[in-house]
Design a protein around this ligand. Sequence first.
Ligand code: NAP
Length: 258
Amino acid sequence: TALRTLGLDYDYRAVDVEPAKLRQSVEQLVAEGCAGFNVTIPHKQSIMPMMSETTEEARAIGAVNTVVVRDGRLYGYNTDVVGVRKSLEPYRTRLEGKTAVVLGAGGAARAVLQCLAKDFKPAGVTILARTLERGKKLTELFAPSSALPLDDPSLARVLEEATLIVNVTPLGMTPEVSASPLPATTAFHRGQIVFDLIHTPLQTTLLKIASARGATTIGGLEMLLHQGAKAFELFTGSPMPMEAVREAVEKKLKIQSP
Ligand code: NAP
């Protein structure tokens, strides 16, 4: 939609790449004259050693999701932080000096923590992790922070005290739409902001439960649009026509959502 709207002569397509063939596939894309590409699960970390240069942000997160090819050299970026920043920006004053809970400890959780540390500076962050070691590793990205297992006895209190709760697990994503990273009994309240990075469905079970209890909710669409907009700009040098793309993406996601 963005390319068509701006009349730009690029082709953007999905390429399925087996982990064992990552280097070979990238070399082929470069040989074909590809201007750049997005990188998704499971290649965001393993592609890093192939980069000629990476941004400080990508290095801090430990993952690349956008690669620009220039004169045969590969420049690695991570635009997820921009997506998180734009999603949380309208709530900046509500987050100041308050605590946050991050559910999940993967690549996107790293982008969330990096953004909180650089831009929003809440008073503290608790990372809830299925694999506690991964959660503990992430505490390096934000101070003060701590990691807890999903069945920690202090969980209910930590959640109730948090102003921001962010889901960065895939729990609730299509097709398992009835799943939620937190139970229906969670004591969400009006003072809270619940941000679910999942964009399919547009409103997850977690957001439905939180919204019913008065919490402010943010879905993954904003993040999807803004991380994509940043990548588009890096590839083409032109700003992405946001409203045209938003309309097209919303239409497509509404069709996909139950
Ligand atoms: P990831 O690297 O695979 O990390 C997923 C995290 O969720 C891991 O910590 C994993 O735990 C945890 N997890 C998975 N299944 C779980 C379960 N059943 N119970 C508890 N924890 C579970 O994935 P990611 O790249 O961070 O992405 C996470 C989510 O964010 C995905 O849903 C993705 O679609 C979404 N996302 C959205 C956008 C956007 O633009 N809106 C951008 C990026 C990502 P372990 O550590 O134990 O494996």
